[in-house]
Design a protein around this ligand. Structure first.
Ligand code: G6P
Length: 366
């Protein structure tokens, strides 16, 4: 079927707006009515696994980095994350009882496919998280998990990222359950919090106009920094990548705690600093990093929730307030402002949102 913009100005806008329904499709696919997790055969026996290797490129690699926090914290399962172009040539040893998991929207990215084949040649068990079910990566996997995002046309990945995260979240919960790390109540809580996400994402889409107003000012900047801690660090990376891809503004992301080890040297009043920080267990630490930025004249955009804005919103340049979300799943919700900021900044700059210069949707050559 022909994919059209369904009344939106760009495919990217349409794909951002579709996220509540696409996340719902993925939830319906992986969760049963009675709240248990359903994986396609042959499933994964996580009691038989000591380590996960997650490999991808671009936005999908940031989904992997978020998943590392989930698998390690929830399931006590150590995770290595690598970009495929590095993994494939490093000749990484493959320890026993390891599962290699590849994440790819297209399922055709050359480096990711080569990394998969490297693992397959070493007789490793291969799982993939893909959007295109007929793709090479899906076909060459022992288990291919669809993300059900539907066709993604905009070069900058949006709904595929949130759906990748969702499927990885389900997998991490399943791993925790199998490994005896979650009792029935905790399991039900985690799943209920996943089920709440489409509604929260929908609510966050309502910040689009406000984001547009802020983006009009970001569009003037030459450099922008993104900061996040813990599971929000990969979101900072994704926010910076989105912005670079479509607005061509130089953006860098750092783990908040690394600020003092270099990037703070860049901070002055001409460098907006975007801080992604729900009011979670690491919030205070992030706020103290944020204050170091403000003490040097940095203009902070704080993306947080109501409590975060109440505690730390004074004196910042701007705040964007998102609904409360289970801290564990906050990365899925905070993907929305990352996308909207990039989108509106690109609009303000007049760039080609859906077809940014020099980039391809699917990189099938090395
Ligand atoms: C290209 C796209 C990115 C994407 C990356 C990985 O660079 O422009 O948006 O994240 O490839 O693509 P994949 O299809 O493997 O997820």
């Amino acid at each position: 079927a022909q994919v059209d913009k369904a009344g939106h100005r760009h495919f990217m806008a349409k794909e951002i707006a579709e996220q509540p329904s696409r996340l719902t499709s993925a939830l319906d696919h992986y969760l049963t009515e009675d709240g248990t997790i359903r994986l396609p055969a042959p499933g994964i026996d996580f009691t038989d696994v000591d380590r996960l290797t997650l490999v991808a490129c671009g936005t999908a690699s940031y989904a992997c980095l978020v998943a590392k926090y989930w698998f390690e914290q929830l399931a006590g399962l150590p995770v290595d994350v690598d970009v495929a172009s590095e993994f494939r040539y490093r000749e990484p040893p493959i320890p026993p009882r390891t599962v290699a998991l590849f994440v790819s929207q297209s399922g055709e990215t050359a480096d990711t496919l080569a990394a998969l084949r490297y693992c397959r040649d070493k007789a490793q068990s291969i799982v993939s998280v893909v959007n295109v079910s007929e793709s090479s990566i899906a076909r060459e996997s022992d288990l291919a998990l669809p993300i059900l995002a539907g066709p993604e046309i905009g070069v900058a990945s949006t709904k595929a990222f949130s759906c990748q995260l969702l499927v990885l979240a389900v997998l991490a919960v399943e791993a925790a359950r199998q490994r005896g790390k979650l009792d029935d109540n905790a399991l039900a809580d985690r799943i209920a919090a996943l089920r709440a996400l489409p509604g929260l994402v929908n609510h966050s889409l309502g910040t689009s106009d406000e984001t547009g107003r802020i983006a009009a000012q970001l569009a003037e900047a030459r450099d922008i920094l993104f900061l996040g801690r813990g599971r929000m660090y990969p979101l900072a990376l994704e926010g910076a990548l989105k912005l670079k891809e479509i607005s061509y503004i130089h953006a860098e992301a750092y783990a908040s705690g690394e600020l003092k080890h270099g990037p703070i040297a860049l901070v002055d009043k001409s460098v907006p600093v975007i801080v992604m920080a729900p009011h979670d267990e690491l919030f205070d630490k992030t706020v103290s990093n944020m204050q170091e930025v403000m003490a040097r004249g940095g203009q902070v955009l704080l993306i947080t929730d109501r409590e975060g804005a109440r505690v730390a919103g004074h004196g910042v340049w701007e705040t964007l307030v998102l609904p409360d979300v289970a801290p564990l799943w906050a990365p899925i919700l905070y993907a929305v402002p990352a996308q909207l900021l990039a989108y509106h900044t690109a609009i303000a700059k007049g760039t080609d949102v859906d077809q940014p210069r020099n980039l391809a949707k699917s990189v099938t050559v090395e």
